[in-house]
Design a binder for this molecule. Sequence first.
Ligand SMILES: [Mg+2]
Ligand SMILES: [Zn+2]
Length: 205
Amino acid sequence: MPSMKRTAFGSTKKPKVYNQQARAAVFLDRDGIINPDTGYAFRPDDAELEIGVALGLSTLKKMGFLLPVITNQSGVARGYYSLYDVFAFNQKLNFILQKEAQISLDGFYICPHFSGGIIPQYKAECLCRKPKTALIEMARDEFNIDLTRSFFIGDKVSDAQCAHNASISPILVTKEKKLPSLDFACAIFSSLKDAVKYIKKNTQI
Ligand SMILES: [Mg+2]
Ligand SMILES: [Zn+2]
């Protein structure tokens, strides 16, 4: 059986476990939540933060949440850019967050696969493409995260479905007027600011 370490590209940081107690996380989608979703963005020079992200994420950090990023990057399998481009873009986001709010994200968990892709090594039906949950499980094991006390903020139904599949509270942040119909409970807001307010109200960490 192939190990997930070989098929997914998560952070290789050592677990930051300060005590035996599992910590809560706010899992974050990347494109459309941290940076504007401009469609397969990969140039570090194009990396910028969505409005309210620096303040919103630093509030969550101060509350004690870990902030792992869970991102589908099928552009790698499609041959639009390389995995190294994804790393460079992610690094630039962390650089901006460090400068604007003195915080860093807690690892980027990346799915580079797509079954309809053209790059042989990434053309695959994998276990890590959202709404599947392998990337969540990698982050959970690396950081000792209690999923039941965690949230997942995304902008697509596949993000909410992924959260639901992993028993994490789903939150959608979307400006779409027509809201998606889901067969599970999901909080929906039009801004990250409101999502953070909701987390403040609905958490006991
Ligand atoms: Mg997105
Ligand atoms: Zn994958």
